[in-house]
Design a protein around this ligand. Structure first.
Ligand code: MN
Length: 273
């Protein structure tokens, strides 16, 4: 299944190639603040979506006619692993590595959707880079989750671009500008992603292939990231983990088009403004 947000916070679901607006059957209040409806839905997903396509107020939609928005707007946290591929560590001449440095956090408000542009801040003379990453979506609350149990805590996956201003400031600041975490185009539920440990992930800038790598080359693998992060912080439904970028990062500039595609997960193209 694909789970997504569209047209002003509506919630949609794609099952067997057909897409549905499930906002009304779920009783979603589009004006509610804070916008945590998707987080609440993920926490109770099976129960709330059981038989939902047969609900009288469920209607089928044409994906070509909707404007997709960021699938999770207000997670409890957005965890990110730095330098999680050996070759990316080499290209950055970085001393840090995910197995030594652990994780950092990005501001949740940096999340943006597949139809939203990446808006570059003014930093004359500085490079702002794309980082192509697999995003993990947590499905249930957990603390001290073992490697063996890790996959039980994963709800699904999405494409994620970890946009990064290069330079001396704290990493959390350089990566937390609004729109610096395009995420989407939807969440693909874990049952539809066979072998998340061997997914090909690609990123193009204006049709030039810049990044092309496989999650089998992760230094800290997917169960390892769940184990390490849940040893520190309770994971909650809807939390997002950015799994780190492979080699091939490079600058983006205004007017560019950035396309990310991850096998079995999805594909999206965002503009740079
Ligand atoms: Mn990154």
């Amino acid at each position: 299944m694909h789970l997504f947000r569209f047209d002003g916070g509506r919630i949609g679901l794609t099952i067997d190639g057909a897409s549905y607006d499930i906002t009304e059957p779920l009783g979603i209040d589009l004006g509610a603040w804070p916008p945590v409806q998707m987080v609440a839905l993920i926490a109770d997903f099976e129960k709330r979506t059981q038989g939902i396509t047969r609900h009288p107020r469920c209607r089928q939609i044409d994906m070509a006619r909707v404007r997709l928005e960021v699938a999770i707007e207000w997670p409890n946290k957005l965890i990110a692993f730095p330098v999680n591929y050996v070759k990316h560590g080499e290209e950055m001449k970085s001393k840090s590595r995910a197995d030594l440095s652990g994780f950092f956090l990005k501001a949740n408000s940096s999340l943006s959707g597949p139809s939203d542009p990446i808006v570059l801040p003014e930093y004359p003379g500085r490079e702002i880079h794309h980082e192509c990453e697999l995003g993990i979506v947590i499905g249930k609350k957990g603390r001290n989750v073992s490697r063996e149990q890790a996959f039980e805590y994963i709800f699904g996956y999405a494409c994620l671009i970890d946009v990064s201003l290069r330079g001396p400031e704290e990493r959390v600041m350089r990566k937390s500008f609004d729109s610096f975490t395009p995420f989407g185009p939807w969440i693909t539920t874990a049952d539809e992603v066979p072998g998340p440990g061997s997914l090909q992930a690609k990123l193009w800038v204006n049709d030039e292939l810049r990044q092309n790598a496989n999650t089998r080359d992760l230094i800290v693998d997917i169960p390892g990231m769940i184990e390490v992060s849940s040893k520190v912080a309770t994971l909650f439904p809807g939390d997002i983990i950015a799994t780190g970028t492979p080699e091939g990062v490079g600058p983006i500039k205004r007017g560019d088009r950035v396309r990310i595609a991850i096998e079995h997960v999805g594909e999206m193209t965002v503009q740079v403004k």
